[in-house]
Design a protein around this ligand. Structure first.
Ligand SMILES: Cc1cc2nc3c(=O)[nH]c(=O)nc-3n(C[C@H](O)[C@H](O)[C@H](O)COP(=O)(O)O)c2cc1C
Length: 179
């Protein structure tokens, strides 16, 4: 019998991302580990209500989800340590504008551009339910079939209980092949 350790957040590791939104003419960036997939056409980004970026996402209705690889981890960690409420983070990453109007981090291997469809509120949190407008990936991470090769892309993973970053592991099998 396993030990019951109570009501804990334990669904880890999960991808580390930087969320981007426009703040007038400049971007703002926030590190986020709590996000997920809903159905096959929605993603969810969970943000503490006092964060600076929330009001910018609400103003524009757009956000980007930028996967973090090891190269960009120091800057990603930085935008998770200071708030736009006190410090201007607009210069941290160079960026391009996505077709829908969200800023995309140039150094991120993969960026998803989203429109906000709904906001699910829980105590002190706002979870942004988003539709996916566009997905941008550096071509070197596409395989010969045009699919994203996560073995090459190697997204950094995150876990909350000990607040650490992890490397992506090896492929251990093909789905639906364990008969
Ligand atoms: C590894 C890591 C993961 C984080 N994940 C989240 C998250 O999922 N949701 C959240 O609201 N804040 C998360 N944060 C905290 C924010 O990134 C941080 O408070 C940031 O300064 C808020 O910026 P803003 O006020 O400019 O939006 C995380 C921070 C770190 C270091």
């Amino acid at each position: 019998m396993k030990k019951n350790i109570g009501q804990k957040l334990a669904l880890y590791p999960m991808p580390t991302t930087v969320i981007g939104a426009m703040n007038g003419d400049v971007p703002t960036w926030t590190l986020v580990g709590h996000l997920g997939i809903i159905g096959h056409d929605r993603v969810m980004v969970s943000l503490a209500a006092p964060h600076f970026i929330n009001s910018k996402i609400k103003e524009t209705g757009k956000l980007s989800i930028n996967l973090v690889d090891e190269n960009m981890l120091p800057k990603a960690d930085l935008v998770g340590s200071v708030s736009g409420n006190k410090t201007d983070k607009s210069q941290v990453f160079s960026y391009d504008m996505g077709d829908s109007g969200a800023p995309l981090i140039s150094d991120s291997p993969l960026a998803i551009e989203c429109s906000v469809a709904d906001i699910y509120k829980t105590p002190n949190f706002e979870s942004f339910i988003c539709t996916i407008d566009n997905t941008y990936v550096a071509e070197e991470y596409l395989n010969d079939d045009g699919k994203i090769d996560y073995g090459k892309l190697k997204p950094v993973l995150f876990e909350f209980p000990t607040y650490q970053y992890l490397k992506t592991g090896d492929v251990i099998g093909k789905c639906l092949s364990f008969k």
